[in-house]
Design a protein around this ligand. Structure first.
Ligand code: GLU
Length: 395
């Protein structure tokens, strides 16, 4: 039946993160004791005050279609959040609420990238950026990095990829999958280059803003010369353990927000009513209400790095944010272990799944074929057991 599908869908890769999670789930359902370290999903419960707001919305009969760009009171809460946390002024006409930050990103790229236009991605980049660009018939152009520079890309290397076809650059700090957090100075250096190219837009994906253990988060749109051409993407999934509630949002120049609203109005309409009301409670809360989760992630990060550093052959770094580590596993390429031939990071991830029953994600999906992504948004017991298994199959 494949020939009846469009070329676009036939050529579209499945999301590697979701595919691995589905595979792990399938094996679990068969009774195999898989430890899932593939999905970037906090394992905490949604905080009680957010659940309360959701229950209240149900009791108050919030059932109807929502405004396409989001409830006004939610957009007001987002506007205040942007001022409080990011020093950014976005009025409610500059804000669009969507069904997850993934939809926010898809809206922006569909609305702004014409066929043949180039979008610069800094490797490692989140799996769906390249797929979404390709769906818009844009061309992803990748700037490479590796673990020796903590996966940071210099402004100079970005400039080398700019040409008259460049439409957009995607920035993502804290980064998925590497956990890298760019400093204000590094972001200002990138802005200095972009100042020379006024027709390039910047999508700044800041969904991991609060999952940060050291370097102060800096929003790209805070740079005056960048504000009018930056779209700031954020959401509640990661910071408030609300992945399944699917609420993302953007702050953008009004004309871009309007375009995204028009598109969303033809595709999904407004985001879920109950989740929007719950998001108001999340965003109005003091950031200190979620510190316990960040502290726990930080402890788990230290734990997993400490345990993995005892395994010969893995090259690790110590990221400042998100809940992933992204070790270089290339020393294992070309080896056959337990009868399993490992040629690349996809093989390595599959080897860990089949032999150690630990689910991770291949770095190939993120544009870094020497690495694998391990999520430590899992309990300490699971982290300890997973690394024990990994160590055992690798020795
Ligand atoms: N963003 C998360 C991840 O990278 C969720 C899965 C997805 O949408 O890719 O694991």
């Amino acid at each position: 039946m494949k020939e009846f599908l469009t070329n676009k869908i036939n050529n579209l890769p499945a999301s590697a993160t979701l595919a691995m999670a589905a595979k792990a789930r399938e094996l679990k359902n068969k009774g195999i004791d898989i430890i899932g370290l593939s999905l970037g999903e906090p394992d905490f419960n949604v905080p009680e005050f957010i659940k309360k707001a959701a229950n209240k919305a149900i009791d108050d009969n919030y059932n109807s279609y929502t405004p396409v760009d989001g409830y006004l009171d939610l957009k007001e809460a987002i506007s205040k959040k942007f001022i409080r946390d990011n020093n950014l002024n976005y009025n409610t006409n500059q804000i669009v609420v969507s069904t997850g930050a993934k939809q926010s990103i898809a809206n922006i790229i569909q609305a702004m990238v014409n066929p043949g236009e180039e979008v610069i991605l800094l490797a490692p980049f989140w799996v769906s950026y390249s797929a979404i660009v390709e769906m818009a018939e844009g061309i992803p152009v990748v700037v490479n990095s590796d673990i020796t520079t903590d996966f940071k890309v210099s402004a100079k290397n970005i400039e080398k990829k700019i040409n008259e076809n460049t439409k957009m650059i995607v920035l993502n700090s804290p980064n998925n999958p590497s956990g890298t957090v760019y400093t204000e100075e590094e972001l200002r250096n990138i802005a200095t280059v972009l100042e020379k190219y006024p027709d390039i837009f910047i999508l700044s994906d800041e969904i991991y803003e609060h999952i940060n253990y050291g370097v102060k988060h800096f929003s790209f749109a805070e740079i005056d010369s960048m504000y009018n051409r930056t779209i700031t993407v954020n959401g509640v999934a990661k910071a408030f353990a609300m992945t399944g509630w699917r609420i993302g949002y953007i702050g953008a120049p009004e004309w871009i927000a309007k375009a995204c609203t028009k598109l969303q109005g033809q595709v999904t309409s407004g985001a879920n009513c109950i989740a929007q009301k719950a998001t108001i409670a999340a965003l109005e809360a003091e950031v200190s209400q979620i510190t316990y989760m960040i502290d726990e992630f930080n402890q788990r990060k230290k734990l997993i790095i400490d345990l993995l550093s005892k395994i010969d052959g893995l090259i690790l770094n110590n990221p400042d944010g998100a809940f992933y580590i992204f070790p270089d596993v290339s020393k294992f390429f070309g080896k056959t272990i337990m009868g399993f031939k490992i040629e690349n990071s996809s093989d390595f991830a599959m080897f860990l799944l089949e032999k150690a029953y630990v689910a991770t994600v291949t770095g190939e999906a993120f544009g870094c074929p020497d690495n694998i992504r391990i999520s430590y948004a899992a309990s300490k017991e699971n982290i300890i057991e997973a690394v024990k298994r990994i160590k055992s199959v690798l020795s």
